[in-house]
Design a protein around this ligand. Sequence first.
Ligand SMILES: NC(=O)c1ccc[n+]([C@@H]2O[C@H](COP(=O)([O-])OP(=O)(O)OC[C@H]3O[C@@H](n4cnc5c(N)ncnc54)[C@H](OP(=O)(O)O)[C@@H]3O)[C@@H](O)[C@H]2O)c1
Length: 407
Amino acid sequence: MSPSPFSVGLLGHGTVGAAFAKLLQERSEAVGALTGRTPAVCGVLTTSSGSFDEILQSADLVVELIGGIEPARQYALDAMRAGKHVVTANKQLLCEHGEELFAAAADNGVQLRFEAAVAGVVPVVRVLLESLAGAHVERIHGIVNGTTNFILSEMEGGASYADALAEAQRQGIAEADPSADVTGRDAAAKMAILARLAFGTPVVLSDVHYEGIEHLQPDDLQYARELGLGLKLVGTAERLAGGISVRVHPAFLYGGHPLAAVSGPFNAVTLEAEAITEITMSGPGAGGRQTASAVLGDLVSVIRGDSAQPQPTQSLPFVSDISSPFYLHMEVADRPRVLAAVTGLLGERGISIKSVSQRGLGENARLLMVTHPVSESRLREAMKLIGELEFVGSEPRAIRVIEEEFL
Ligand SMILES: NC(=O)c1ccc[n+]([C@@H]2O[C@H](COP(=O)([O-])OP(=O)(O)OC[C@H]3O[C@@H](n4cnc5c(N)ncnc54)[C@H](OP(=O)(O)O)[C@@H]3O)[C@@H](O)[C@H]2O)c1
């Protein structure tokens, strides 16, 4: 029996939308052979052409590649209420309105799929929803923003932050306004979605504590390189006593950590659970054709009737003030009793030092320390007091360390 047609309404024809239309044309026959349905675009909506109502009439499935909240949210809801499946790559929409959208899919007996919304082409959504549906995922670490990972890789090679950002923009890896990427907000949206899937509890962007890479200095990267560490923008979602924590911040990773070697505009996600130990997946984090491939995978899943959907089962509290080891960087005058004053101040607050070294001499010396795990609030309080010491130069810096094995 020859395959029957499957109509795809396409909302958005930009970087991903245009690449998806092209990929679908190239692959439709193969998808037809695989699934018994041959997909084809039945209508395209942009700001200047197409009609959503007409597309909705004829589509079996709507692909939303407009981005942003409105009108993407309304179109997705209208499509599902009209009994159409929806595939989207829109992390912003999902991390703000995921519950409303998941409920609309369930209420209307349709599928909402969104593999491309997190970590580009890396199939982490599918793995969480299907392969690990029965596992009790304890922790996720992710490099989920390719732009910042590219910038940090350039800085590792000696570039300043400004030059690395300019190079990312020149190569089309960073947008003209890079703020969503460099502040960590984009990664936070993706970690909110992953946490929602892994822990079965609603998570929105405002639940995620995030910090960016704008304040990192070349010598932080230099220090990481000298010790064989990776300095990355890492998203973490984990279960802790009393709830969960979801956060994004720069972190030192010991050399053997699966994420330490991920460089350039790549993404990688590490999933940890008692029964699986650890799984790491990596791949391109963005790009029109790559993202389109993830969208096409979702389309095939819908046609086949694979129907794993996120189910909220509990509402877990968020734990703040997480303990971790910290790397501290202080510009100090190289004088007697400076080290004693700093370590004394830390010691009085119960912060113990794992390692300490000094770089440079005279008025331009730097003290580098790594602490044992300490709560962030206690560390910040101590750093404020250290910053007020008369022999300390510019504001001291603190960066978290993931895993301690490197020392
Ligand atoms: N780019 C990537 O590498 C990447 C990676 C992963 C996920 N994503 C996600 O994929 C989605 C699309 O991203 P993109 O980079 O393809 O965006 P884009 O290049 O800016 O394209 C957006 C498209 O949506 C259309 N559009 C915008 N507002 C509209 C409106 N109000 N009504 C109808 N159409 C409208 C635009 O129309 P015009 O053509 O008329 O301007 C354009 O065709 C976003 O959710 C993004 O986060 C992108």
